[in-house]
Design a binder for this molecule. Structure first.
Ligand SMILES: CC(C)(COP(=O)(O)OP(=O)(O)OC[C@H]1O[C@@H](n2cnc3c(N)ncnc32)[C@H](O)[C@@H]1OP(=O)(O)O)[C@@H](O)C(=O)NCCC(=O)NCCS
Length: 150
């Protein structure tokens, strides 16, 4: 069960890369995470005994927080971790300079789209053929946002 956020650092990247490869057909490279560590706000999602359950990467752009990656270890999925972690992120950034969380999600990722809808994100648009996809070439990105003051 999710308990708290912990800042992600270089020493976590071996574990993060394992989960990344388990969870995504097009995983981030280690270099991608290293860039995120320099530019963004990155967290491990921890349980009460300080074991990591997943991670998330946010990129601040002016008053926007772009949720670039949210990933839960396979054996910890479907237990409410992502929901509680998103709630913790909303709480952390409420009443700060950030007013909105933005994200892009693959059209086919029904689980993530359900999660974001459940957590109050609304659909803002579609980026046609945005993602590479193994099956038939390209796949749409669904653009979603959630205001931090609502
Ligand atoms: C998407 C992901 C982050 C969800 O994390 P999770 O901790 O398993 O999600 P939760 O248990 O908190 O579930 C939250 C909501 O997600 C949706 N959900 C979770 N598992 C689901 C499933 N098997 N089928 C359909 N919806 C599901 C539901 O809306 C659920 O809310 P509900 O329980 O009120 O119905 C996780 O599946 C994951 O890491 N997937 C691989 C990486 C990924 O796709 N990340 C998102 C990139 S945009």
């Amino acid at each position: 069960m999710f308990s708290h956020l912990k800042p992600l650092d270089e020493s976590d990247l071996d574990w993060v890369m394992q989960i990344e490869h388990q969870n995504y057909t097009h995983p981030w490279t280690r270099g991608g995470f290293e860039r995120a560590l320099h530019q963004g706000l990155n967290y491990l999602l921890m349980d009460a005994s300080d074991a990591a359950l997943g991670y998330c990467c946010l990129l601040p752009v002016l008053d926007e927080l772009h949720l670039l990656n949210l990933s839960i270890a396979a054996n910890c999925q479907n237990q409410g971790v992502a929901k509680l972690a998103l709630q913790a992120i909303f709480s952390r950034f409420e009443n700060t300079e950030y007013t909105v969380v933005l994200l892009e999600v693959r059209r086919s990722n029904k689980i993530a789209r359900n999660l974001y809808k459940t957590m109050g994100f609304v659909q803002d648009g579609v980026r046609k053929n945005y993602y590479q996809c193994d099956i038939d070439g390209r796949e749409d990105a669904i653009l979603m946002s959630k205001r931090l003051d609502s």
